[in-house]
Design a protein around this ligand. Structure first.
Ligand code: ADP
Length: 220
């Protein structure tokens, strides 16, 4: 399969999520066509995104005129107006845009978007809420679920891992998790190896199934 990672992207809806996404794509060197139906929003971003237009994305003719059918990839970043989000996504399907990313504000909204043909659905507020809950409630310094049942966690080493090589701790067998990276005070993150000896004050990145990394980060 061809690598389409740097193909131009249409971003529809330039609220907080869509505008951050569009600007980051530009920063990464990706060509962006940004669309919003509020002229003020478009004006504010015009200097930073070269291809930007005021248009109603629920109007198929407007999308055609902007050349949207020629794009391989699009992001529908309309959240609060669910009707516009669903209509826009279905028009992109009709225009045969192959790779459609859509933002949802709830699981039900996400399910509908998937059913009508969105290739990827993201739930930024929901996911961020879960992530912050893990940080607020436990010893995690950061938390990213990379799949439904797998997470990466930034945390401190529990007492039983300190002072001896990781390879001798039986960590994987005992807790089902892996220490991937380590950062000692005042240093950069580096890969963990079986010879790595953790110290109090280190920060570690641990990977594993969600329930297991949660249990691991409760150890002290
Ligand atoms: P956020 O929470 O990221 O700010 P919003 O859902 O509030 O997201 O913002 C969505 C953006 O999409 C707004 O800037 C809004 O003007 C734009 N938008 C909503 N409906 C349409 C539409 N039919 N066509 C084009 N842009 C739209």
């Amino acid at each position: 399969m061809a690598d389409r990672g740097n193909d131009p992207v249409v971003v529809i809806g330039l609220g907080r999520f869509g505008s951050s996404l569009a600007l980051e794509l530009v920063r990464l060197g990706t060509e962006v066509l940004a669309i919003d139906n509020r002229p003020k929003v478009v004006q504010a971003l015009a200097g930073q995104i070269t291809q930007i237009a005021t248009a109603d994305s629920t109007d198929i003719e407007a999308l055609r005129q902007l050349g949207v059918p020629e794009f391989y990839r699009a992001v529908v970043a309309i959240g609060s107006d669910i009707e516009a989000s669903i209509l826009t996504t279905s028009l992109l399907v009709e225009l045969e845009v192959e790779d459609i990313w859509a933002k949802a504000i709830s699981r039900q909204h996400g399910r509908i978007l998937e059913r009508i043909g969105a290739t990827h659905v993201v739930l930024p507020e929901h996911d961020m809420g879960e992530r912050v809950a893990h940080m607020v409630s436990g010893r995690m310094l950061d938390y990213v679920a990379v799949d439904e049942n797998f997470a990466l966690v930034k945390t401190r080493p529990p007492r039983e891992l300190v002072g001896r090589p990781l390879g001798e701790t039986g960590l994987r067998r005992k807790y089902g998790v892996t220490v991937v990276s380590v950062k000692s005070e005042g240093e950069e993150f580096t890969y963990a190896t079986p010879d790595t000896v953790l110290q109090y004050g280190d920060v570690i990145i641990v990977a594993g199934p969600i329930a297991k990394v949660e249990r691991f980060s409760e150890l002290v």
